[in-house]
Design a protein around this ligand. Structure first.
Ligand SMILES: NC(=O)c1ccc[n+]([C@@H]2O[C@H](COP(=O)([O-])OP(=O)(O)OC[C@H]3O[C@@H](n4cnc5c(N)ncnc54)[C@H](O)[C@@H]3O)[C@@H](O)[C@H]2O)c1
Length: 455
């Protein structure tokens, strides 16, 4: 089977490479000529573990191709996937569908045979019908079907997630399209992956429902972490105690500086917009967004407090700029927001990230200093902020941090270190939902905090 993937970003490139790897003939298209040129030379435009090797292998086997020319890509293709971006539309918070619609029109003009046009991008309920209308208007003679096949991969784990997904969702009202997509995913379903067949609208909604629910878990545990700090509890234990309940599960119950990245912020906003449009408000999601928004200021306040209130002239080593480890993606990264706020408050921010420096520089410009290593960032720092939990930061011993820093003050927004160990090394250590002293005098502290909070 031949297929074309329109949009060669985090989703398009991973999907294309993985589908080529199971034996299909895949052509990935992007309108950025430089990206395609580099891919043709074997240079991978994003950082994703294992992707370089996968792309090289499948290009070498002749199953994976790259082009800027949609017509060339869709020639003989039975399936054309749309994997372009759907960022937030500034005007109203809805998903900006201009790239999806433009791609649909280009596909329609390029196709001269029956194909299934599949939306892999995350799109609001009803978008598939719009794609159908656009294609029919652009090429009235064309025979085609549309389908929705949302993608659930996580950056940093994308190849594993694509190859062994929890489920594959196919939404379409056409039997022919469903059969073709079943064939496409047969190498996965034969290995036991669950296939969920549904209609177009439900499929589109599944993706938003899943992402907004996960974001809800994140905001929920973050609120619990704040409460833990007030009452002297330990969020790690609370989270473990909650997550062990099979009805709840451990995933996405790690407290931190709030969710970021290329999906949750925009998908929660779009979900609210969808609810508003159909007069059925997504009130819970609205609260999730509000909690997450207030989180950045809370984290900056935590940092300011650890620095002794005044950040003016303080040298801050900021470790991590990407929204999570094992990616170079800094889109809507909380670390970036924190860096910006700290620098506006007069701090000298010296940042390091193993993969995200180039992308961060495009957003933050000269607001911060970009260091060549974690050690470079830590040199003479008055305070260190761990904003992304890269293993490189986790593996570094507290003593190694202390030796480099001017003052042993650490704000660990990812709970990477043990409060007790940091206290033993003489650190002023602040984390999320935990306290360095709680193990030393737990009962007294708890009673004090409870008493204070009931006053
Ligand atoms: N990134 C993730 O982890 C993830 C996970 C699941 C779903 N998604 C969804 O998948 C979609 C794509 O996300 P992404 O992170 O891969 O985006 P991305 O920005 O990394 O990639 C999109 C690519 O599409 C290209 N493009 C846009 N219009 C085009 C056109 N008409 N022809 C050819 N190329 C075109 C862009 O140049 C860009 O390279 C979004 O809807 C996103 O919500 C993303």
């Amino acid at each position: 089977m031949k297929l074309a993937v329109i949009g060669t970003g985090y989703v398009g490139l991973v999907s294309g490479a993985c589908l080529a790897d199971v034996g299909w003939d895949v052509t990935c298209v992007d309108k950025i000529a430089d990206k395609i040129e580099r891919l043709k030379k074997g240079v991978i435009p994003i950082y994703e573990p294992g992707l370089e090797e996968l792309v090289h292998d499948n290009v070498a086997s002749g199953r994976l191709h790259f082009t800027t020319d949609i017509a060339e890509a869709v020639k003989d293709a039975s399936i054309v996937m749309i994997a372009v971006g759907t960022p937030t539309r500034q005007l109203d918070g809805n998903a900006d569908l201009q790239y999806v619609y433009a791609a649909a029109e280009e596909i329609a003009r390029a196709l001269d045979h029956y194909a299934v046009i599949v939306t892999k991008s995350t799109v609001p309920a009803g978008t598939g019908f719009q794609v159908k209308r656009i294609v029919a208007e652009a090429n009235p003679a064309l025979e085609f079907d549309v389908a929705s096949n949302p993608e659930f991969l996580r950056e940093g784990n994308a190849i594993y997630d694509f190859a062994t997904p929890d489920r594959i969702v196919i939404g379409t009202d056409s039997d022919a399209a469903r059969e073709l997509l079943e064939e496409l995913y047969r190498p996965f379903t034969e290995n036991g992956v669950e296939l969920i067949r549904t209609d177009l609208v439900s499929s589109e909604l599944i993706k938003y429902a899943a992402n907004t629910f996960l974001a809800t878990k994140v905001s929920f545990i973050n609120e619990m972490a704040d409460i833990c700090e007030r009452v002297g509890g330990n969020i790690v234990d609370v989270s473990r105690g909650m997550g062990s309940d099979k009805r709840i599960g451990h995933a996405f119950l790690k407290p931190g500086p709030g969710y970021g990245g290329s999906c949750f912020p925009k998908d929660t906003l779009a979900m609210v917009h969808i609810g508003e449009r159909v007069l059925s408000p997504a009130t819970i999601v609205e609260a999730v967004i509000a909690v997450n928004r207030s989180r950045t200021h809370r984290m900056v306040a935590k940092i300011a407090q650890a620095a002794g209130s005044d950040l003016q002239g303080k040298r801050i080593a900021l470790l991590g700029l990407t929204f999570k480890p094992n990616t170079d993606d800094v889109r809507d990264s909380v670390a970036i927001l924190i860096a910006d706020e700290l620098s506006q408050m007069g701090a000298i921010v010296r940042a390091y990230d193993p993969q995200g420096m180039q992308q961060a520089r495009k957003i933050l410009g000269n607001a911060i200093a970009y260091c060549g290593s974690a050690d470079d960032a830590l040199e003479d720092a008055d305070l260190c902020v761990v904003a992304t939990e890269w293993n490189e930061f986790r593996d570094k011993k507290p003593i190694a941090y202390k030796r480099l820093m001017a003052e042993p003050v650490m704000v660990d927004l990812r709970n990477v270190f043990s409060p007790d160990e940091m206290a033993e090394h003489g650190f002023t250590y602040v984390s999320v939902g935990r306290s360095a002293v709680e193990r030393k005098a737990p009962q007294a502290r708890r009673e004090l905090a409870m008493g204070a909070s009931t006053l």
